[in-house]
Design a protein around this ligand. Structure first.
Ligand code: GDP
Ligand code: MG
Length: 143
């Protein structure tokens, strides 16, 4: 299995709960390395652009409002099968349906405020990484 990169957001609810470290620790304990990381406050334009695929959905306005409600941590994670690995660690979109021991089961309370984002495929990972990071912000962690 080749080394892969995926994009992660620790969302405003998890930042507010002060569980950034606990979430990052799960990535690290499960073979994912952080190769880029920054905290930022998303603008409305940034959040709308990031979630453009959902713009026709009824929850879009609430989603953008939530994602701009406080700081987030955007990260690039690297490791074997990183996209799927991260989705497994995150758990289902609705925390009520998320498997025990997943990030969303442990730190999220509702589908609107569900602690983390993770890319759903290698193609979306590449697009999402480029949305937030320039090439020279991605560090070489192989050694
Ligand atoms: P994800 O890939 O597991 O994050 O889920 P999706 O790509 O389907 O949806 C993106 C984000 O939109 C989710 O993480 C939720 O924050 C939000 N979302 C999805 N479905 C709903 C919904 O039915 N209601 C609300 N309020 N938010 C939703
Ligand atoms: Mg998604």
């Amino acid at each position: 299995m080749a080394i892969e990169r995926t994009f992660s957001i620790i969302k405003p609810d998890a930042v507010a709960k002060n569980v950034i470290g606990e979430i990052v620790s799960r990535f690290e304990k499960n073979g994912l390395r952080i190769v880029a990381s920054k905290m930022l406050q998303l603008t409305q334009e940034q959040a709308e652009g990031f979630y453009a695929e959902h713009k026709e959905r009824g929850f879009f306005k609430d989603l953008v409002s939530f994602m701009t409600s406080g700081p987030v941590v955007v990260q690039v994670l690297e490791g074997e099968n990183a996209v799927l690995k991260n989705r497994e660690l995150m758990g289902a979109t609705n925390p009520k349906e998320a498997a025990a021991g997943t990030i969303r089961a442990d730190f999220a309370v509702s589908i609107d405020e569900n602690a983390v984002h993770g890319s759903d495929a290698p193609e979306s990972a590449a697009r999402e990484i480029a949305y937030f990071f320039s090439a020279n912000e991605l560090c070489d962690r192989i050694r």
